[in-house]
Design a protein around this ligand. Structure first.
Ligand SMILES: *[C@@H]1O[C@H](CO)[C@@H](O)[C@H](O)[C@H]1NC(C)=O
Ligand SMILES: *[C@@H]1O[C@H](CO)[C@@H](O)[C@H](O)[C@H]1NC(C)=O
Ligand SMILES: *[C@@H]1O[C@H](CO)[C@@H](O)[C@H](O)[C@H]1NC(C)=O
Ligand SMILES: *[C@@H]1O[C@H](CO)[C@@H](O)[C@H](O)[C@H]1NC(C)=O
Ligand SMILES: *[C@@H]1O[C@H](CO)[C@@H](O)[C@H](O)[C@H]1NC(C)=O
Ligand SMILES: *[C@@H]1O[C@H](CO)[C@@H](O)[C@H](O)[C@H]1NC(C)=O
Ligand SMILES: *[C@@H]1O[C@H](CO)[C@@H](O)[C@H](O)[C@H]1NC(C)=O
Length: 306
């Protein structure tokens, strides 16, 4: 049974730090939050010994910043999945003719690695209308637009399944999973997998040893898990993953809308972000946090912070 170490606590935790190309292990500590940056709606995944983090960038171009880490605590910026915000309204995105596209950029998107061809993919819905796909052989670039699908995969989570089929979980309240064609240029089919009874969004999709999980946030305080042992299309049962966990940042909102990732040793971590309107003008500053042991299979929840 694996442990899900969520990244939420006030507590100082221990984490294994392993340097690139260095087999030596050293034990270090970390405190939450681990990042003081506006890097909301994150997706996190691991390829071998390297963790990648993809985030929102809203109005900014280039879009969809990518960070890299070897220990989930120390992160560095390595590039962007979207070289230029142009999408279907390039005049507005390039601020020509007095036009603008403020906040019509990148949010709640997903980035993953595809083992079958060694490429990285980014997918996200823009303007509640079109979904765009960008791809790169090296996450530091060059990224190119490789697809556009005339469907909004709202708050999407990408999964390359064990048989290499690309799936995208998306939606709010009601959650669907679309099957894409092999080169991610078209939708093959889409299936409603869950009819919600309250508002959820921010899907992240995982196949963990043949069990499928869709993480969703109930903004902006709880993280829920849909779990299916009967295949990717369900049936799914909904259980709480984290309920108003502590943030480590007095006065902030609750950590929410993140992803889970395992270490090479099999420990699981949950990485959410925080809205911190106390410390930023305009859009809330967001941070990303860590803490201590959770049980993935049992859906044991973080303690409420109130
Ligand atoms: C690092 O330490 C962990 C825990 O002690 C151990 O399981 C793992 O094998 C070590 N990794 C390396 C590369 O030495
Ligand atoms: C990950 O490790 C496997 C096995 O060593 C290797 O074939 C693959 O190229 C590595 N992937 C990346 C992205 O480094
Ligand atoms: C946006 O720019 C990319 C090159 O970065 C180009 O491939 C794509 O066609 C452009 N899209 C639009 C809508 O102009
Ligand atoms: C959505 O995109 C289509 C192009 O596929 C375009 O014709 C339509 O105007 C767009 N709708 C909105 C509301 O932007
Ligand atoms: C969810 O689906 C139900 C039908 O099962 C529908 O009545 C409801 O309007 C949908 N809600 C949303 C937010 O799409
Ligand atoms: C969702 O609701 C629709 C309409 O009521 C129904 O047809 C569908 O079977 C439901 N799907 C799930 C997964 O519950
Ligand atoms: C998945 O299977 C591997 C190998 O059997 C096991 O080590 C690991 O704990 C399993 N992971 C989970 C989350 O159950």
């Amino acid at each position: 049974m694996a442990f899900l170490r969520s990244l939420l606590g006030l507590a100082v935790g221990a984490v294994m730090i392993s340097a690139q190309g260095n087999t030596a292990n050293t034990t270090a500590t970390y405190t939450n939050p681990i990042l003081w940056e506006d890097l909301a709606d994150l997706d996190v995944f691991r390829v071998n010994d390297t963790y990648y983090y993809s985030a929102d960038s809203f109005a900014f171009s280039p879009g969809a910043p990518i960070l890299k880490s070897y220990d989930l605590v120390n992160w560095e910026f390595i590039g962007h999945s979207i070289p230029t915000l142009n999408f279907s309204d390039p005049t507005a995105y390039s601020l020509e003719d007095g036009q603008q596209a403020y906040v019509r950029g990148v949010w709640a998107s997903s980035m993953r690695y595809r083992p079958s061809n060694g490429k990285f993919y980014w997918i996200g819905c823009v303007d509640f209308n079109q979904s765009y796909i960008y791809s790169a052989s090296d996450p530091t670039g060059e990224w190119t637009q490789t697809g556009q699908i005339a469907t909004c995969y709202y708050d999407c989570g990408l999964l390359f399944d064990d048989d290499d089929t690309p799936y995208v979980a998306y939606g709010n309240t009601n959650i669907s999973i679309a099957t894409l064609n092999s080169d991610l240029t078209a939708q093959v089919s889409t299936t409603r997998i869950f009819n919600g009874t309250f508002y959820i969004e921010g899907s992240r999709l995982y196949n963990i040893n043949g069990t499928y999980y869709v993480l969703n946030t109930q903004p902006a305080s709880r993280e829920w898990t849909l779990k299916s042992s009967g295949g990717i299309f369900g049936p799914y049962e909904q259980q709480i993953l984290a309920d108003r966990p502590p943030s480590g940042t007095p006065g902030s909102g609750y950590p929410h809308q993140g992803g889970i990732v395992d270490t090479p040793e099999g420990d699981w971590y949950y990485m959410p972000f925080i809205d911190d309107s106390q410390r930023a003008a305009g859009r809330p500053q967001s941070t990303c946090t860590h803490s201590g042991p959770r049980n993935l299979e049992g859906f044991v929840v973080a303690e409420a912070d109130e």
